[in-house]
Design a protein around this ligand. Structure first.
Ligand code: OAD
Length: 230
C-alpha cells in the first residue's frame, strides 16, 4: 500500500483565523524574528517573548479546524496505507480535526519546556517570566517552540518516513525555512511523487511534480477526494 507523507505550514491554518508568517501583514511583518523567535531574543527580553506566545496560545486555543484539516484527518482514517502528517505549525488544529500521530517539528504552543534541564510539561494559558520548572525548580520555563538556530524535533523519524514515501505533499508552506523546505528533495530522491498545494507558488515550487493552487479549504478536500476515489 502507498505511504503518504504530508508536510503542512501556516497556510493550512490561515482560514481558521490564525495568521501566517510571511504573507502581507503576517506575523513577521509585525514582529522581528530576532526578538521573539530566537534564544538570544528570549535571553534579552523574556517578557516580550512570553507575551508574544501567550497571545498566540490564546488565539490558537479558540481556533477551530477548517475543511483542509478535516480532509487530512479523513485521508488518514480512510487511506488503506500509512498517512504521516508532519507540521511546522504550533497550533493543534490537525489533532482537533481528528488526526493522529502528528509530528510537530517546530514544537507546540500548549507545551512548556525547561531551558535548564529540558523537562517538558503542559503550558499554562499565561506563562510568566521566571516560572519554575516542576522537575528541577529552576526559574527557566519557556514555550516549547523551536526557535531559529535550534534543531527541529523528530528529524530522524521524519527522514525515515520520507525515505519510505510513495507520495509527498506540501500544503500551505512558503518553502523558505529549512530543513522542512528540503523535504521535497528527500522525497524525490526516495522515488516519491510530489505535490504542492498552496495559495501561490512557493519558493521551491519547481521541485514538485504537480502543483495545485488555491485556498487550502478548497484544494485539500478536492485532492483528498481524488486520492480516496482512486
Ligand atoms: P509562511 O508564512 O512562510 O508561508 C505560508 C504559506 O501559505 C505561503 O506560501 C502562502 O502563500 C500560503 N497560504 C496563505 N494562505 C493560504 C490558504 N488559505 N491556503 C493555502 N495556502 C495559503 O509559513 P510557513 O511556511 O509555515 O517557524 O513558515 C515556516 C516557518 O517559518 C514556521 O513554522 C515558523 C516561521 O518562522 C518557526 O517559528 C521556527
Amino acid at each position: 500500500m502507498e505511504k503518504i507523507v504530508i508536510l503542512t505550514g501556516a497556510g493550512i491554518s490561515a482560514e481558521s483565523g490564525l495568521g501566517t508568517f510571511r504573507d502581507a501583514g503576517g506575523l513577521w511583518a509585525q514582529h522581528r524574528i530576532e526578538d521573539v523567535a530566537t534564544p538570544e531574543g528570549f535571553a534579552r527580553d523574556p517578557a516580550l517573548v512570553q507575551a508574544f506566545y501567550n497571545a498566540r496560545r490564546a488565539k490558537a486555543a479558540t481556533a477551530r479546524p477548517n475543511a483542509a484539516h478535516v480532509a487530512l484527518a479523513r485521508l488518514q482514517a480512510d487511506w488503506p496505507g500509512e498517512v504521516v502528517i508532519v507540521t511546522q505549525n504550533v497550533d493543534e488544529l490537525h489533532e482537533k480535526a481528528g488526526a493522529r500521530g502528528v509530528l510537530h517539528m517546530h514544537g507546540i504552543l500548549s507545551g512548556a519546556l525547561c531551558a535548564a534541564c529540558g523537562h517538558r510539561w503542559p503550558a499554562p494559558a499565561e506563562m510568566r517570566v521566571g516560572e519554575p520548572c516542576p522537575a528541577c525548580h529552576a526559574p527557566s520555563a519557556r514555550p516549547d517552540i523551536v526557535w531559529f538556530g535550534e534543531m527541529p524535533y523528530y528529524m530522524d523519524e521524519i527522514f525515515e518516513h520520507l525515505m519510505g514515501a510513495d507520495l509527498f505533499a506540501a500544503i500551505g508552506t512558503s518553502g523558505q525555512v529549512y530543513p522542512a523546505a528540503g523535504f521535497v528533495q528527500e522525497a524525490t530522491a526516495a522515488g516519491a511523487r510530489t505535490v504542492e498545494l498552496n495559495l501561490e507558488p512557493s519558493a521551491t515550487v519547481s521541485r514538485f511534480d504537480e502543483t495545485r493552487f488555491g485556498p487550502a479549504t478548497q484544494t485539500v478536500p478536492e485532492w483528498v477526494a481524488e486520492l480516496l476515489a482512486g
